[in-house]
Design a protein around this ligand. Structure first.
Ligand SMILES: NC(=O)c1ccc[n+]([C@@H]2O[C@H](COP(=O)([O-])OP(=O)(O)OC[C@H]3O[C@@H](n4cnc5c(N)ncnc54)[C@H](OP(=O)(O)O)[C@@H]3O)[C@@H](O)[C@H]2O)c1
Length: 194
């Protein structure tokens, strides 16, 4: 698949590296591709990175999403958009409504938002595979689950976009455990079922 990754930081580079290894064409859309910190990455201006993408990962700071949506929304229609962004210091954890308004034909998924990036880099904890809870449009499930499995996580679908508040609650639970309870960033969730 052709994947555009918006924001080449902890999340973008961790997931992009694994997807490139799995054989996808990964391009990083960044504000200043000439910045030396992007040397060696396949980085391009944001609009250029989006032009041929089938899948777009949003891994920029959450507070930047409304402006990103306003500026680049027209490039997102008919693509699968995986939103990993958070706004953990705000009551509003995500800006999916702004994305939907700017790109009504985009197929939205919220994934890779609930755990620290170290758990994507190394998806085993205590000898067990980490589960990745996610939510979003049914139509995107096969692609989303393939991309989650290629990070060596086990996908657990919570439901459509109406399940996003529950998913974001899990993110807040992760923050409460990792920082509030001092468990650190290597903490994750596992679904047990009969
Ligand atoms: N870190 C985690 O463990 C984790 C886990 C789950 C979800 N998330 C969420 O994932 C997102 C990325 O986190 P991160 O830790 O990877 O951040 P990061 O390391 O700070 O990287 C952010 C990237 O976004 C770019 N960026 C910043 N503002 C931008 C804007 N307005 N438009 C376009 N690009 C912009 C930055 O590049 P330039 O400033 O050079 O342009 C940088 O490449 C955040 O929303 C975060 O809440 C993070």
């Amino acid at each position: 698949m052709k994947i555009s990754i918006i924001g080449a930081g902890n999340i973008g580079k961790t997931l992009g590296g694994k997807w490139a290894q799995a054989g996808h064409q990964v391009i990083y859309g960044v504000r200043n591709p000439a910045d030396p910190k992007y040397a060696g990455l396949n980085a391009a201006p944001i609009a250029e990175s989006l032009a041929e993408a089938e899948v777009v990962l949003l891994s920029l700071p959450g507070a930047g999403v409304p402006e990103f949506a306003a500026q680049f929304g027209a490039h997102l229609n008919d693509k699968i958009i995986i939103d990993a962004t958070n706004n953990p210091r705000s009551p509003q954890m995500n800006y999916l409504e702004a994305l939907q308004a700017a790109a009504p034909q985009a197929v939205l998924v919220r994934a890779f938002s609930t755990l620290g990036w170290e758990n994507f880099a190394n998806p085993q904890l205590g000898g067990q595979q980490i589960d990745l809870f996610y939510a979003g449009d049914q139509a995107a499930r096969p692609v989303a689950e393939q991309l989650i499995r290629e990070v060596d996580l086990r996908p657990v679908y919570l439901g459509g976009l109406d399940a996003v508040p529950a998913l974001d609650g899990l993110t807040r639970a992760w923050f409460a455990l990792a920082f509030g309870q001092g468990k650190g960033r290597r903490v994750a969730f596992k679904l047990l079922e009969e």
